[in-house]
Write a protein that binds this ligand. Structure first.
Ligand SMILES: [Zn+2]
Length: 216
């Protein structure tokens, strides 16, 4: 199975580490909060549209992405400057995936190659993973394990509806998670799987298993 390629294993390890180190145990995980925490610059397509007098559609065309794009300026190689732009007119579920994907590109060092100065995301790479270029798949794998930590899937026997509810992602992303999560979880070392389950256990039980109280 191609996910066993060392680069995908690295993507899984890196997103697991970020989840262990940088995220509190609450769900859903908010990628925008992580972006602010790391000091990466972030702008919305609406801001760009307003400043440039263009429509959102024109901004999408300009960025070659309906979803999001990250630029890297390596003027000072010790301090690369990242700028993330995302389409804030999409649903919050789509935005979450787009932003987690961009975090993936940055933390996986996809911009270390000076030839790579911009990477743009397409939700099509989730719906049709087989057409995605290598770096895009790596960022997608990173993103799903960041937003929906793979070790939780088997422990809590999560189905598509549970995943959508607990992690605030779209049905397309949930399907993508279900397709890959078993394999992803196996690639995470036992110690880290336990750490993730401990960290998010309470939140997932609250989101998925808590009986709904009836309003009086
Ligand atoms: Zn991308």
């Amino acid at each position: 199975m191609y996910l066993q390629d060392p680069n995908y294993i690295r993507a899984i390890k890196k997103s697991t580490n970020l989840a262990i180190l940088d995220i509190e145990g609450k769900l859903p995980i908010d990628p925008l909060e992580l972006i602010h925490k790391h000091g990466w610059q972030v702008f919305t397509y609406s801001e760009v549209a307003l400043e440039s007098g263009q429509s959102i559609q024109q901004v999408c065309k300009y960025f070659h992405s309906n979803e999001s794009v990250t630029f890297c300026n390596y003027a000072n190689p010790d301090y690369p400057l990242y700028k993330i732009f995302y389409n804030d007119t999409l649903s919050i579920k789509e935005i979450n995936m787009a932003l987690a994907h961009e975090i993936g590109h940055i933390t996986l060092g996809h911009f270390c190659d000076p030839a790579v100065t911009r990477l743009n995301f397409s939700l099509n790479t989730i719906v049709n993973p087989e057409i995605a270029p290598h770096l895009e798949t790596e960022a997608n794998i990173y993103a799903i394990n960041l937003l929906c930590p793979a070790p939780l899937f088997d422990v809590y026997k999560l189905g598509e509806d549970d995943i959508i509810a607990a992690f605030n992602i779209s049905s397309e992303t949930a399907k993508y998670c279900l397709k890959f999560n078993r394999l992803l979880a196996k690639l995470i070392k036992l110690e880290d799987r336990r750490e993730i389950t401990k960290k998010f256990g309470f939140a997932i039980r609250e989101k998925v298993f808590k009986p709904k109280t009836k309003r009086p």
